[in-house]
Ligand binder design. Structure first.
Ligand code: GLC
Length: 466
């Protein structure tokens, strides 16, 4: 049934040939170079933002640090106790209600401050002013390690009066408005950077950080000579982590040759139309919805659900991305779990086993394409860096929970990597929060005038203008 030619005609655009993938790699590299170039950066979609984080912690840092992790519908506050390489963490997850995501900036930062208060109260640390690393997972132009201006919102956020502002300053103001606790914000980092730093704490070959979760983005360690916008010092290490913001790859239309009518639909219906086109093909915020759109088309063509459109499938975002992971874990010939999701969770009582099988096929096409496109970015970076061995630290729900994404990514990278290079994909659990605390630890050490650099591994440094 899955090989039915009518089904194939509808789903074929989701399958990418090696020739198309090679073209994507060439385009991705060209966009990276455009973002790194002084003359071309302003017009570039892939912004290649220097982070001012330049290497991994020395492992000598000690003490208590706070971290905040804001980047999706959940918000986390963490307390991290560092003793060299040993890391103890406690954390609490808070929800960011939809009305706050799209309300005013002041309300958003008040909500964050309120959650911090509740966490610090429970931990009994309200009277301490701890160094804080703020993981803020949106495109920001860093003005230094502790100051970052939001370029524009992504992933369903649109809180007013934040774009163009320094988010560390907005957080400080919200804490001050309350007046019942205080923090010392020493670093603002992207989740990709946090993930890379956290992975680098234990793995010296970690040079790329990838998030494949609600959003999709990567960072990597670039040689300073290639970063034409670099305005910090050029001392050792002559490298800096670049937050690529590659979710915006394709915004100028270069990916239109692989984008489908389903991708176009997702973009049209989003609150950031025309932006984050690569992210909309690869990340958890959109994969379930892509599946729903394909299912609609198959049903309209009479190929699914006996041609009878289930009312539930008319609703946007009703097909959760977590269903893809659950359904594709269903190796059973009888596709029991998929059938259960269709009948019990979505309430499609007349879904047959054949329907469940076709739904599973569609899920596999959508998630494979996401994994392949994520891998294409990874292999392009590796071929560009030319490091003999690269470990990619990865976090995010799609990578973590999907049963096949890791394998598909590994196979794809193997197909396209320069044969002299080796790599490993590594789950960096809790990476973004822990990484922010590690960066905060280094920054706090330096602020206090303590030596933060080990001989072997220089640490994150705040910039000194040339
Ligand atoms: C979006 C954000 C980016 C973040 C990614 C993963 O692409 O713009 O900053 O790293 O989501 O959370």
């Amino acid at each position: 049934m899955v090989t039915n030619s009518k089904v194939q005609a509808i789903t074929a655009p989701l399958c990418l040939s090696d020739e198309q993938l090679r073209k994507c790699m060439t385009l991705f590299l060209a966009e990276m170079k455009k973002g790194l170039g002084k003359e071309t950066n302003a017009a570039a979609d892939v912004k290649m933002l220097p982070t001012y984080v330049r290497a991994i912690p020395s492992g000598q840092e000690e003490g208590k640090f706070l971290a905040l992790d804001l980047g999706g519908t959940n918000f986390r506050v963490l307390l991290i106790d560092l003793k060299g390489r040993s890391v103890k963490m406690s954390s609490k997850i808070f929800n960011v209600p939809q009305e706050i995501m799209v309300g005013t900036g002041a309300a958003l930062f008040d909500h964050i401050a309120e959650c911090m208060y509740r966490f610090m109260y429970a931990e009994g640390i309200l009277d301490q002013v701890l160094p804080l690393g703020f993981t803020f997972s949106f495109p920001c132009r860093q003005l230094g390690l502790a100051s970052a201006k939001l370029i524009r919102w992504t992933k369903g956020f649109s809180a007013s009066n934040v774009e163009g502002e320094d988010v560390a300053k907005l957080l400080k103001e919200a804490v001050k408005r309350r007046g019942d606790f205080d923090v010392d914000i020493v670093a603002v980092v992207n989740d990709t950077t946090g993930t890379l730093m956290s992975c680098g704490h234990s793995t010296p070959t970690a040079f790329i950080g990838l998030i494949l979760g609600t959003g999709c983005n990567a960072c990597y360690m670039e040689r300073i000579e290639n970063v034409e916008l670099w305005d910090g010092d050029t001392n050792e290490p002559k490298e800096v982590i670049i937050n690529m913001e590659c979710g915006a790859f394709g915004d100028n239309g270069v990916l239109d040759f692989i984008r489908t009518e389903f991708d176009q639909h997702i973009d049209n219906e989003s609150i950031n139309k025309g932006n984050q086109k690569y992210e909309k093909m690869t990340s958890g915020m959109y994969l379930g919805e892509l599946v729903r759109l394909v299912l609609l088309k198959l049903t309209e063509a009479g190929l699914l659900f006996g041609g009878k459109l289930p009312a539930v499938l008319k609703k946007k975002d009703v097909f959760y991305t977590k269903y893809l992971s659950e359904i594709e874990a269903d190796a059973d010939e009888t596709v029991t779990r998929s059938h259960k999701i269709l009948r019990d969770e979505l309430g499609i009582s007349y879904a047959t086993k054949e329907d469940a099988e076709l739904v599973r096929y569609v899920c596999s096409l959508v998630s494979s394409r996401a994994a392949i496109l994520a891998a294409i970015a990874m292999v392009t970076i590796m071929n560009h860096m030319k490091r003999p061995m690269t470990t990619v630290g990865i976090d995010g729900s799609v990578y973590k929970y999907h049963p096949k994404v890791h394998t598909i990514m590994t196979e794809t990278i193997n197909r396209f990597i320069d044969p002299n290079l080796k790599f490993k994909l590594m789950l960096s659990e809790d990476g973004s929060g822990k990484g922010a605390a590690l960066i905060a630890a280094v920054a706090a050490y330096q602020k206090a005038g303590k030596p933060a650099l080990s001989d072997a591994k220089p640490a994150a440094t705040a910039p000194t203008k040339k």
